[in-house]
Design a protein. Sequence first.
Length: 189
Amino acid sequence: MDFGLGTILIVIAIALAGYVIVVYNGLVRARQMVQEAWSGIDVQLKRRADLIPNLIETVKGYAGHERKTLEEVTALRARAQALPSDDVAGRAQVEGMLSQALGRLFAVAEAYPDLKANQNFLQLQTTLETLEGEIQMSRRYYNGAARDLNIRVESFPSNIVANSFGFTKAEYFEIENPQDRVVPQVSFN
């Protein structure tokens, strides 16, 4: 059987097309994983944002003169909700500041024994503690998905396909300020 140059070129073209399709589909899958992971973070941050007004009202009833801390938490919550959901870096910065402000709010609450014993406050505290853990897990999942996409976008030869079809690196959901990395302490035991 005589394979001509034309046949060899057709086989190479088919193999190359198959490779491009496989790489493209892998990039699409990785991008979808990033979007799914970001959606998970967004849901957890929304749950936390929805919890904050109840927390503020409960603390306000006992520690109303701690106005500055209450206003700061309220302002940061509003600022976080005003950001576009795809602004990963902006959301990370504001959410980090919000976590710190919530930590300060709980520190203020420490000075009020009646508040610490309030059943509603205790329930809100437990819910917030659970949410903070879920936010951290969601952030790790998102950053892992972003890492996988970024590796595909930057690695040779998949970067050729990525650049040809407009795939870009995903931003990591990172906290810039090292002090913001401290998890708010919400335990009153």
